[in-house]
Design a protein around this ligand. Structure first.
Ligand SMILES: NC(=O)c1ccc[n+]([C@@H]2O[C@H](COP(=O)([O-])OP(=O)(O)OC[C@H]3O[C@@H](n4cnc5c(N)ncnc54)[C@H](OP(=O)(O)O)[C@@H]3O)[C@@H](O)[C@H]2O)c1
Length: 253
């Protein structure tokens, strides 16, 4: 039974209004589960394409498709109907899909379909969420817009090669986050726009590619969600535009 007096978000408003996008995913679900039991969370709206019939009692669920801007604008209005928004977490993303869209091992496998799909969901999608949600953030107290990126999106840390579309889509996401942070800070100086790397997490997204990951380096979604919420709570305005790993360490672009 969660202790309702405990909060994982002590640096946020005591009546926080939270939006989680990608709430049907492994990490997204775990984030919703943890935050729905938090004493500082007044409203939590969980957005996904597959809207579950029911969830935790105090969680509202609603539809979003990152490839449909109207659904993103409608989602921002739903969250704002509860008042100004304190925290937006984008936990959506794709690495592979079906038989034909798989991370490329070689340049021979690069094609326009894979590149376009991964850019649409991993980079354009979170940017459109930012476009519609950032203007709805609360002013005058700490707010955060955090989008799940990935360490492999770091250009300076790329030693192995491969995974062209995924790496490039996350590098593009990091640039979008940095650029959004600059414009947003002009009117929201207390706000943080950041990318987060969740670690290697046992979810549907990673499962086909983790057979060689040592067990102690493979997080459950629950552990990763706990780390990520801890990092979000520690973020300060001077961190805006950065990408941070589950342990709070900054990842170079
Ligand atoms: N797992 C890892 O090891 C790992 C490592 C580094 C980074 N990450 C990042 O962490 C994030 C979450 O990954 P995960 O492991 O939790 O994956 P997951 O379990 O596969 O969840 C992915 C989520 O993305 C959503 N999504 C996909 N396409 C969408 C679209 N067009 N519109 C709206 N939502 C869409 C899915 O929703 P639907 O149910 O609607 O399909 C699902 O909720 C991703 O950005 C991923 O790149 C994960």
């Amino acid at each position: 039974m969660p202790n309702l007096l405990m909060s994982l978000l002590p640096t946020f408003s005591s009546q926080s209004n939270i939006a989680v996008v990608g709430a049907s995913g492994g990490i997204g679900q775990a984030i919703v589960q943890l935050l729905s039991a938090d004493s500082r969370v007044a409203n939590l709206t969980a957005y996904s394409r597959r809207v579950p019939p029911s969830g935790p009692k105090n969680v509202k669920t609603a539809f979003i498709d990152l490839e449909n801007e109207e659904s993103i604008a409608a989602a921002a209005d739903i969250s704002a109907s509860n008042g100004p928004v304190d925290l937006v977490i984008v936990a959506s993303g794709i690495l592979w899909q079906g038989e034909h869209l798989r991370p490329e091992k070689s340049m021979r496998e690069i094609d326009i379909e894979g590149l376009t799909r991964l850019f649409a969901v991993n980079a354009a999608g979170p940017a459109l969420v930012a476009k519609h949600f950032l203007p709805k953030l609360r002013k005058g107290s700490k707010t955060v817009f955090a989008s799940l990126s990935a360490r492999v999106g770091s250009i300076s840390d790329n030693r192995l090669g491969g995974w062209y579309s995924y790496r490039a889509s996350k590098a593009a996401l990091n640039m979008l986050i940095k650029t959004l942070s600059i414009e947003h800070a002009r009117q929201w100086p207390d706000s943080v726009v950041a990318g987060l790397h969740p670690g290697t997490v046992d979810t549907q997204l990673s499962r086909p590619y983790t057979s060689r990951t040592p067990q102690r380096q493979l997080f459950t979604s629950q552990i990763s969600a706990q780390y990520l919420i801890g990092v979000i709570d520690q973020l300060r305005p001077e961190d805006t535009g950065g990408v941070f790993a589950w342990d709070g360490k900054r990842i170079a672009y």
